[in-house]
Write a protein that binds this ligand. Structure first.
Ligand SMILES: C[S@@+](CC[C@H](N)C(=O)[O-])C[C@H]1O[C@@H](n2cnc3c(N)ncnc32)[C@H](O)[C@@H]1O
Length: 450
């Protein structure tokens, strides 16, 4: 009989979620892998399948909280560790971050947060020697952590300085601080509903925003929420829902969505009754678009293609509407994707601008005279938005801006620029409860061709 002494111990509840959180955190911080690629699709962490929905939601929240408060956590740990964070054992670093984030901001008892962090380092060959240190530092964090972080200005610590400098330059110092403050909260869940927003707001314990989006603070897996499997709504930030509305009444019109996947805006166009062609160059993402449209019982012709090179008979006559939701630095989505703040760098922006210009130039060639073109990005950087459109308007006299009226965006005057473009900031749509306020940062311009 084998000795039971050598049987693997049953894992302590909650440890798997912390271990996966540590792996994913290491993926972002040391391997430059995005949260999305580690959480979804074929490259997702293999351990996720075995996690219960509740543990998966906790793990996702834990990683997001750490990335949101990374600067503050770094400052705090440097105050609590005489010799700094151990550099020879990445798992010791992630265990400290995971323990401290739970103690400070999550609904986890301090003793459980400390115990699980200690177990995390004990199970790693290189980090095991730091078990005593992790235990002592986290116990001290439970006693003194809050007062140590009260001494610092968290929002500037938690936003990389190159982004703070950009936002101060573009929007002014106080707006930059308000943006950074808005990024420190887990945002609410925003849904675009096919119909009957008031009904879904009630069923999902949320509210209907002036723009029609249903906003709820319900947490956990969206697939379990009422209306998901019936295809009555899709997840879409309230700001992301605005650009497709700028086409106005498009029932029966031919519209092409050039950067379509995973299909949030394609779904809006199809739901509005347009005859939609949806193109994206990523096969995996087009597969998701098809899955999403299928669940929603909406129809669009979808294609995997590079929009710049795509040729088709349908293109010859020109489309009534062209949407370019261009790939971008995504700095407007840091509320929902806090890894973006640490993965992107200043030099990425210039590289993306060239692609955005090419996509916009291509889009113009697909537009029939008098048709409507909407160009948008989820970036806060004017180089990817206002400046791309300004360059086009300066170089092509046949293109004209059709200014967005405040009445088209539910009277939200703050989000329309003097030139008549849409510009949302994470600090817009403020709410008494900060977790129910805010918008992703989006830019959109509406153009036409004579
Ligand atoms: C911001 S995302 C689009 C989000 C989408 N419109 C939605 O609302 O769900 C940008 C998309 O552009 C795609 N893309 C990038 N370059 C492209 C190109 N040259 N042709 C077609 N698609 C492209 C990417 O694969 C990515 O899916």
């Amino acid at each position: 009989m084998p000795s039971t002494r050598f049987a693997p111990p049953t894992e302590v509840p909650g440890l798997a979620a912390r271990r996966i959180a540590a792996d994913i955190l290491d993926g972002v911080l040391h391997k430059r892998r995005t949260l999305d690629e580690q959480l979804e699709g074929p490259t997702a962490h293999p351990g996720l399948k075995a996690l219960a929905d509740r543990d998966r939601a906790l793990m996702r929240r834990l990683v997001a909280t750490i990335l949101r408060r990374l600067g503050t956590l770094g400052h705090l740990l440097s105050r609590l560790l005489d010799r700094g964070i151990p550099t020879d054992a990445p798992r010791a670093q992630s265990a400290l971050l995971i323990g401290a984030a739970q103690i400070l901001w999550m609904d986890v008892p301090d003793h459980a947060a400390v115990d699980l962090a200690v177990r995390l380092v004990q199970s790693d060959r290189r980090a095991a020697k730091y078990a005593g240190l992790v235990n002592a530092v986290l116990r001290r964090c439970a006693r003194e952590g809050q007062s140590l972080i009260d001494e610092v200005r968290s929002e500037s610590l938690d936003t990389p300085s190159w982004l703070m400098a950009r936002w101060s330059g573009h929007y002014g110092e106080s707006a930059a601080k308000a943006i950074a403050a808005a990024l420190s909260h887990e945002p609410a869940l925003d849904l675009t509903v096919k119909a009957n927003a008031a009904h879904w707001a009630t069923r999902l314990h949320g509210e209907t925003l002036p723009t029609g989006t249903v906003r709820t603070s319900l947490q956990g897996s969206v697939t379990m929420l009422p209306g998901f499997s019936e295809g009555q709504w899709w997840v879409q930030d309230a700001a992301a829902a605005l650009p497709a509305r700028l086409f106005g009444d498009i029932k029966g019109r031919r519209v092409i969505d050039l950067c379509a996947a995973p299909g949030g805006k394609t779904a809006q166009l199809a739901q509005a009754g347009a005859e939609v062609t949806a193109i994206d160059r990523s096969p995996n993402r087009v597969a998701r678009l098809r899955e999403n449209l299928g669940r929603l019982s909406l129809e669009a012709r979808s294609l995997v293609a590079d929009a710049i090179e795509w040729q088709d008979d349908a293109a010859g006559h020109g489309f009534d509407g062209v949407l370019v939701d261009a790939p971008c630095s995504a700095t407007g989505t840091i509320r929902r994707h806090p890894d973006v703040a640490w993965l992107k760098q200043d030099s990425d922006i210039a590289a993306l601008t060239a692609l955005q210009q090419r996509l916009l130039n291509r889009a113009i060639t697909l537009l029939r005279p008098g048709g409507t073109l909407v160009y948008c990005t989820c970036s806060l950087e004017p180089e990817e938005g206002e400046q791309v459109v300004a360059a086009l308007l300066a170089s092509d006299t046949g293109i004209r801006r059709v200014p967005v009226g405040v009445d088209e965006v539910a009277g939200l005057a703050d989000i329309v620029t003097p030139a008549g473009d849409l510009r949302t900031l994470p600090c817009h749509l403020a709410h008494d409860d900060p977790t129910l306020g805010g918008l992703d940062g989006f830019y959109a311009a509406r153009l036409t061709r004579s």
